[in-house]
Ligand binder design. Structure first.
Ligand SMILES: Nc1ncnc2c1ncn2[C@@H]1O[C@H](COP(=O)(O)OP(=O)(O)OP(=O)(O)O)[C@@H](O)[C@H]1O
Length: 270
């Protein structure tokens, strides 16, 4: 579980040193990642681009929650999409569990997403009509998992629903769940693939203050329990107590990184 009382030390954006590199065993490591999107054409008809990420370097370490912060348009969602292997950056290195993602084919990246990455979207995006338990097992059904394996997966879904505080609610359908409970289902669903990297894009934006704190506490708890590296986009400074490191983006670049004080616990040092 994250210790919100950890003393934090603000460190400037600087290249990785051998000391910090040795101290940070990163599940996700970005080095000088830049990303430009096509942005129409100029008056002469030449293609224009917009820079979303500008030489971003960061490490998300196991058992740590890293908050990704910054103003609207600063590049948070783009960075999360790069970490999710949904977008290949224009340049730079993206390593997940030591594998250079930018060298992989689309099929290999899709497999990596399935096997190593859990994604929690802003809105729960649950399928109406299905029970909470069924939401967690949809992918297994689509993949044709049957028999004993499906029973094991059902047991695991049950365990995860218990973990996220929904014991006994597995048979409830979406309309029978509150907003906070839906987000808990969403979190459990993201954990079904047993990821090493958990990504969340403003997971509390649709919730009130008290529910937001509960969801952040839960994300910190599952990060510790399942030894995940979690990266959470948030606008809410009140929620950073649940995180171990904070990376602030400005105009696509890292403007500051705050990490837990101890060398062994350091994360997101860039
Ligand atoms: N598909 C796209 N095509 C062109 N430009 C884009 C695209 N997606 C994002 N951008 C631009 O890239 C920059 C970074 O956008 P991004 O969505 O990553 O920021 P953000 O910090 O997540 O913003 P917000 O907090 O508003 O969601 C912005 O200038 C945005 O206009």
């Amino acid at each position: 579980m994250t210790n919100p009382t950890t003393t934090n030390t603000t460190v400037p954006h600087a290249p990785v040193t051998s000391a910090t590199a040795a101290a940070t065993v990163g599940v996700a490591e970005l080095h000088h990642v830049s990303l430009s999107y096509p942005d129409g054409t100029d008056e002469q008809g030449r293609p224009r681009t917009v820079t979303a990420l500008d030489s971003v370097s960061l490490t998300a370490a196991r058992k740590q929650v890293t908050a990704l912060m910054g103003e609207s348009g600063s590049g948070k969602s783009s960075l999360l999409s790069v970490l999710a292997t949904l977008i290949t950056p224009s340049s730079g290195s993206v390593r997940l569990d030591g594998v250079e993602v930018t060298d992989l084919s689309e099929a290999q990246r899709a497999r990596m997403r399935r096997e190593r990455i859990g994604i929690i979207f802003q809105q729960p995006n649950l399928l109406t009509g299905l029970t909470a338990e069924e939401q967690l097992l949809v992918t297994d059904h689509v993949r044709g998992v049957r028999g004993r394996r499906l029973r094991a997966r059902r047991d695991y879904a049950q365990e995860l629903l218990d973990t996220v505080g929904l014991a006994g609610m597995g048979q409830r359908r979406v309309h029978q769940l509150s907003g906070g409970q839906r987000q808990r289902v969403n979190i459990a669903r993201a954990l079904m693939g047993q990821p090493t990297l958990l990504l969340a894009d403003e997971p509390t934006s649709a919730l009130d203050e008290s529910r937001s704190h509960e969801i952040m506490a839960l994300l910190a708890e599952v990060t510790a329990r399942f030894e995940l590296a979690s990266v959470i986009v948030t606008h809410d400074r009140d929620l950073v107590d649940y995180t171990d490191a904070q990376v602030v983006l400005r105009d696509g670049a890292v403007s500051s990184t705050t990490a837990a004080g101890s060398a062994a616990g350091s994360s997101a040092l860039v």
